[in-house]
Write a new protein. Sequence first.
Length: 337
Amino acid sequence: MSITEVIEDEMNAQEQETLSTEFFDELLSSLPKEKGQRTPDIFLYQGFWCQPKEIQAIISIQKHYTAEGTDLILATIPKSGTTWLKALSFAIVNRKQFYHSQKDHPLLTSNPHELVPFLEYKLFADNQIPDMSSFPRPRLLATHMPLGAMPDSVRNSRCKLVYLVRNPFDTFVSIYHFIDKIRPKALGPFSLEEAFDMYCRGVIGFGPYWEHMLGYWLESLRNPHKVLFLKYEEMKENTSFELKKMAEFLGYPFSREEEEDGVVEGIAKMCSFEHLKDLEVNKMGKGAIVNFENKHLFRKGGVGDWVNHLTPLMVERLTNIMEQKLACSGLSFKLLL
Ligand code: A3P
């Protein structure tokens, strides 16, 4: 290493140090905050709600992640089907190397989050600046960040984004159950009513949800070769059709022979909720994202569970909000199948 590189290295380290102490504390104290769901507080950073560690990672991503033209980025709000999207994308992109029915397919022994890393929870977490130069191409990556918060290289390069949206009613119920399972006991209870009120005010991780989805939705309309916008409910209804759409968009279209051989259905089945949920790694494993049990990533995996949780008043409130926020956007949801 040359002396210039050593100095640069040290400067980088110092910058990171400053980021994690004085600068960061000062930054946090200047941000609007609310009671957190998994951490004591959650902060409004660049227009969306985040935990402190996420903000730290986002700053680092904005500074150090340079998208390449071949990068494939999966984007979601938490609990909208990220795990499923990661499994499907990994299976599509790597199917020449790993045939879906292969006994040692990586999805049989690794949780999808281990195979498709989050920028903010794995790669740039804890002040790390990963060396991504040796990653196999295309780099299959994931994020919960809103589109507007992504570094310029994401917009300026030819990288592609797949966004999966889920109806806001089921997403809320999924978030609520997930938080209930993994919330530290020391933070005290978190009622459904309180969680719902926060959700309706936009206060959820990376929310408001309507802004998150609209950012990707509008870009998918403007630039359909850049952003593929998928809906959880449509994926559930017709997985094979949506899978083919995804494969085409990602640059890995299924050949006629593959279709005749049942590869599309095979991948859909391998990545199905029922199959993934029962794998040892997903029943007993831990830490695929951060330090919680993988089993909490699999609950019911359906459409319409909100009817079992929300009162008519809650439904009315959220319906009004979504109608108002999505007015004229052309974006709508199936609430039941
Ligand atoms: P429910 O809580 O409604 O069951 P995320 O992966 O973004 O954390 O989202 C979790 C939600 O997706 C959970 O919803 C979970 O059960 C569901 N899910 C996980 N794997 C799935 C799969 N393979 N197919 C469909 N849904 C899945």
